[in-house]
Ligand binder design. Structure first.
Ligand code: ATP
Length: 364
């Protein structure tokens, strides 16, 4: 099997120049995607950006108009889905209601005629997801989280070369989803399973993945590890989609030595970016890097604005300040813990480091 012999640092999965259209409408073109063996990669993006299409092309459930899919050195583009040794866990689990838990898990092995030590392997897979006690139970009586575990056991029992998960937790409530994320992540890590996880939930992607491919309109905008993606988003789309940020639009009025000054509705903002004078720009900063209530003038290496406070939301572990912003702008600041003494309508002093300021040129 490919997964057992392929070196961990090599490109294990390579999707090259994939193009896909539906009824003459191209939804994906020139798609390239690479990952190493043992990696857990998320495809993250808004509805309709092409996550499921890419996943289906990899699984063989959909053939691309052109392009190639290579897994473990083997070109599988023309190989039918059932002969790829790729398992898929779907959003709705797709369990068979007339089969019990163990029979659901055994199904894939039986379908392949791979029945050596069937009982032992099913028991082991159920053990992995802590569902051994439910082996004889009907799947229709299980909770959402339990059905999810059975679906994962069914996917893993065949020892796939690649595991694909399409929004596997979207039907679960928030607390259970968090528990399942932790469980799944350690299960995949412990077993060295290579997996791709589709989600539109940025926190989920940040929490579970080694790397994240942020997708927008059929393209990958940035492919990086969670901390790079959060601290150094390469495009305003990635900045907005991955985490919240204070965001102001303006025009570049000065530029020298890799630093530019942008004139916004809240005043002038300095950023380390090479944007041409006259260009329209969007500047951002992660809200937890913004300080509130400083006195005095801005230090030269910090930006300072004094907007009117609209709301202070005390959430316990953090307090979020929202200030009034013009259309397209967002002025927020996230302080740790419970912070009081901020009143609606007051001017609040917000400041942050120039080094933390993100800036991008945008269309006028
Ligand atoms: P979601 O998060 O809503 O599932 P997604 O990112 O997975 O979205 P896709 O399902 O891959 O997006 O869809 C990408 C684009 O392709 C969308 O514009 C969608 O309408 C279109 N599309 C996908 N499948 C088909 C199909 N079978 N027939 C026609 N159009 C399709």
């Amino acid at each position: 099997k490919a997964g057992e012999t392929w070196p961990a640092d090599a490109r294990y999965l390579e999707v090259s120049m994939v193009r896909k259209s539906f009824h003459g409408v191209t939804v994906m073109e020139g798609m390239n995607f690479r990952m190493a063996r043992g990696e857990l990669v998320s495809l993250l993006g808004p509805s309709g950006c092409g996550k499921t299409t890419l996943l289906r092309v990899i699984a063989g459930l959909m053939s691309p108009d052109s392009g190639d899919v290579v897994l473990g050195g083997r070109n599988i583009t023309q190989i039918p889905a059932h002969r790829r040794n790729i398992s898929v866990v779907f959003q709705n689990y797709a369990l068979f209601p007339h089969l019990n838990v163990a029979e659901n898990v055994a199904f894939g092995l039986k379908a392949r005629g791979d029945t050596a030590d069937l009982q032992g392997r099913v028991a082991e897979a159920l053990d992995l997801v802590r569902m051994q006690a439910f082996a004889d139970k009907s799947v229709t009586g299980l909770s959402g989280g339990q059905q999810q575990r059975v679906a994962v056991a069914r996917a893993l029992v065949v020892r796939p070369d690649l595991l694909l998960l399409d929004e596997p937790f979207s039907a679960l409530d928030r607390k259970l989803r968090e528990t399942m994320q932790v469980e799944l992540k350690s299960l995949l890590r412990d077993r060295g399973i290579t997996a791709i996880f589709v989600t539109h939930d940025q926190e989920e992607a940040l929490g579970v993945s080694d790397r994240i491919a942020v997708m927008n309109a059929g393209r990958i905008e940035q492919f990086a590890d969670p901390s790079t993606l959060y601290a150094r988003p390469e495009t305003p789309f990635v900045m907005d989609f991955v985490g919240l940020s204070l965001r102001l639009r303006g025009r570049v009025v000065d530029q020298r030595g890799g630093t530019c000054v942008i004139d916004t509705a809240e005043g002038r903002i300095t950023a380390r970016a090479d944007l041409g004078v006259g260009a329209m720009a969007v500047v951002g900063v992660r809200p937890e890097l913004v300080r509130a209530g400083a006195v005095g003038d801005a230090a030269p290496d910090r930006n300072l604005i004094t907007p009117v406070l609209e709301d202070a939301m005390v959430l316990g572990s953090k307090t979020i300040l929202h200030a009034r912003a013009t259309e397209g702008d967002r002025v927020i600041c996230e302080l740790s813990g419970i912070r009081q003494g901020f009143s609606r309508g007051d001017r609040v002093t917000l400041d942050w480091a120039v080094a933390d300021t993100l800036a991008y040129e945008v269309a006028p």
